[in-house]
Ligand binder design. Sequence first.
Ligand code: 3PG
Length: 395
Amino acid sequence: RTLDDASDLAGKTALVRVDFNVPMEDGKVSDDTRLRSALPTIQRLRDAGAKVALLAHFDRPKGQRVPEMSLQPVVDDLERLLGAPVRFADDCVGEAAKTAIADLDAGGVILLENVRFHAGEEKNDPAFAAQLAALGDLYVNDAFSAAHRAHASTEGLARLLPAYAGEAMKRELEALDAALGNPVKPVLGIVGGAKVSTKLDLLKNLVGRLDRLAIGGGMANTFLFAQGIDIGGSLAERDMAETAREIIAEAEAKGCELLLPIDVVVATEVKPGAETRTVLAREEIGADEKILDAGPLTVEKLVKAMALSRTLIWNGPLGVFEVPPFDAATVKAAQAAGQLATSGAITAVAGGGDTVSALNHAGVVEQMTFVSTAGGAFLEWMEGKPLPGVEALRA
Ligand code: 3PG
């Protein structure tokens, strides 16, 4: 159910779960992407004459009132972006919250203090969810990036009030469906990042669903090692070699072409401007050398695979992109994806942790079809797991 299904909103109070778990530096919001993504829902509800009470978490205070984890610093930025006043209540339940909401005019907006200051939030305690529910007439979940948590404000509340997906949640679910649920084939996946162990479920799910899967970053080293390739002093999970071989076999059995690096960039130290060598993956690498990026032949092969695809789903960088020159493969591949997406040749969807920073670094975020603001939720969705916050909206 989306906001299209909600009628007669005038004068009602909408409890809107947003994800304002934003990066902060010196007490100031340093990246307002998540604030901006909540604006369409807030504006739509205001236009319909509803009062908007925003529920959100910040960081992990573990049920304690931790002053440094207050949501108060978000208010100024939200007011600026919304172009309207935003009030703040220093508790998300109880009399203070109730009175502050009652004082709002139709179309007024209030941000309630960090829901995780209450232990009942993460426990999905029904009594705490009922306290939240008492504050509003309807519930809108616009926080896809927190939907992998079965917490009171992401899951329990949806069962107590008429519940709807907000605009950002709806866009996110549509884009993800176009990438993995119901994609136009052939589908190519790019999965990078440091460790196989953190992305095991994801890799297993993807080999069963994709036509091609490119593996990059530190985890590719584990796959090369598993194939008996000398990876010198590279970062790898050598104890995961057997698992990597199982994934290779599963991909073969399921007709998913695995693309592993065919050449790599090696160096003895990870520092800006370090001296590098580009070698074929099968060539010898010194015990003091580390694989830090994919090489140009690998990128060329990857770009060809993109051109053969109609859908691309990307999670994780191909090298140590934070330290140039080890950003080269990620940047080149991202730019190719951006161009293909802009021309309409492919639907390109990306998300999860470092991915957004890597695409930002490559300057292609705007060119991708969709970039998810979610970290953990995006990964769990790629793993094929049901997300409690989404499931509760379907119930
Ligand atoms: C995120 O930043 O990924 C979400 O806000 C979830 O935060 P959490 O991992 O603390 O639940």
